[in-house]
Design a binder for this molecule. Sequence first.
Ligand code: SB7
Ligand code: NI
Length: 178
Amino acid sequence: MITMKDIVREGHPVLREVAKEVTLPATAEEKEILSEMLQFIKNSQDPEIADKYNLRPGVGIAAPQIGISKRMFAVHTYDENDVLYSYGLFNPKMISHSVEENHLDGGEGCLSVDREITGIVPRHARITVKGTTLEGEEVKLKLKGYIAIVFQHELDHLDGIMFYDRIEAFQDKLKKPL
Ligand code: SB7
Ligand code: NI
């Protein structure tokens, strides 16, 4: 069972690596890891289990967050219409996106970041993602709203990008000479 002790925190180089493609079909071990990741997210949303194991509630997790530099992530959360999006995906890839942007008013957080970082994280409003499910099925998902933002957060982890890299004020501060 995955618990918080397995979660790699910021500062660990694996979070900054570009993760490697999973050779398909995925091995039994890769499938096992990805289903454990999905189970961790489900557990983190179960008040009793989360309390018992001290899990921080999460909506998704990417393999680099457990120290595995492979292109796979799990998402388990509901959209604005209470439709459940529950996926373990191998080699997820954004194949198109809107020009229009969107963001969460409250900003974003991350299981690998143990501090509050405020700021607007600009994201694409709509994306199309292709990937292979835990069951080995190829899917093409058209996403918008909250779910599209969660997927972009997870896709970024596979490219070594943290949500705060995209906070404009933060970027400006880094670029500005003293
Ligand atoms: C807020 C939180 C997340 C995505 C988008 C907005 C995910 C939090 C959990 N993770 O750290 C997953 O990488
Ligand atoms: Ni994250």
